[in-house]
Design a protein around this ligand. Structure first.
Ligand code: SF4
Length: 256
């Protein structure tokens, strides 16, 4: 039987998911339950409520590798000109590890640069398999403390940190992505702890993703409670001291 995957969007002309102009493929399904999640329809716990979502950014479907590649390859001239490529995102791509690896193999066979954004919450076998098939790893690092991580994201971070160590030891190009979230990891003490964790793993590059409210309407449409309802968005100008802590630690740190 042909391998298929479940996705909820293919976004063209992405410029924040790796270098150059990219096509980002969003995988359906996520085992985490982040309280601030902007894509609640991708969470496993909201699979039923996601049917209620009426959002033009959400086109959930089952697809083959060839179907995705047909869309990805339409923009190959832009990737070639800009140093871009294809990025897999989610949800959590490693919930569909075989499909993710097959997509990356197909893209590389066509000379397309591949990146994957992952939470790192996956079996070490699946994580290593994907690592071998990609050119760039974008790994979310939400908190250094297991208890705080569980409180905010529904799972603790031990498995994630183990996989992060594997990635660091592999020498694969890697960027740590930190969503900066009020009441979770937005204090200067949080920044210091995260910077210590990353420098200890010899991570070189960090992207800070200030909290936004792009998902607020989805919670309303799905009829599920949203812990960050009405919380003010963060902007780079609110986080200059926060960023400085990463710069002082010797990390290349930018906002996305
Ligand atoms: S990891 Fe991402 S997609 Fe999954 S629950 Fe957290 S914010 Fe949402």
């Amino acid at each position: 039987m042909e391998l298929t995957g479940h996705i909820f969007n293919i976004q063209k002309f992405s410029i924040n998911d790796g270098p150059g102009i990219r096509t980002t493929v969003f995988f359906q399904g996520c085992p985490l339950a982040c309280r601030w999640c902007a894509n609640p329809e991708s969470q496993n716990r909201y699979a039923v409520q996601a049917q209620l979502l009426n959002d033009d950014r959400c086109r959930r479907r089952e697809v083959t590798v060839d179907q995705v590649m047909a869309e990805v390859l339409q923009d190959k001239p832009f990737y070639d000109q800009s140093g871009g490529g294809m990025t897999l995102s989610g949800g959590e791509v490693l919930q569909q590890a075989d499909f993710a690896a097959a997509l990356c193999r197909a893209a590389r066979a066509e000379g397309v640069h591949t990146a994957a954004e992952t939470t790192g919450f996956a079996s070490p076998e699946h994580f290593r398999m994907l690592l071998e098939e990609i050119d760039l790893l974008l790994i979310d690092v939400k908190h250094f403390d297991p208890g705080k991580h569980r409180e905010g994201a529904g799972v603790d971070n031990r498995l994630i940190l183990d996989n992060l160590r594997t990635a660091a030891a592999s020498g694969k190009p890697m960027i740590a992505r930190i969503p900066v979230i009020p009441r979770f990891n937005s204090t200067l003490e949080d920044a210091s702890g995260l910077a210590r964790l990353l420098t200890g793993l010899e991570v070189k590059e960090v992207h800070l993703l200030p909290f936004h409210q792009f998902g607020e309407r989805k919670y309303q449409q799905m009829g599920v409670p949203y812990d960050y309802d009405g919380t003010d968005q963060l902007h780079p100008e609110n986080l200059t001291d926060y960023r400085q802590i990463f710069l002082d630690a010797g990390l290349d740190c930018t906002f996305r």
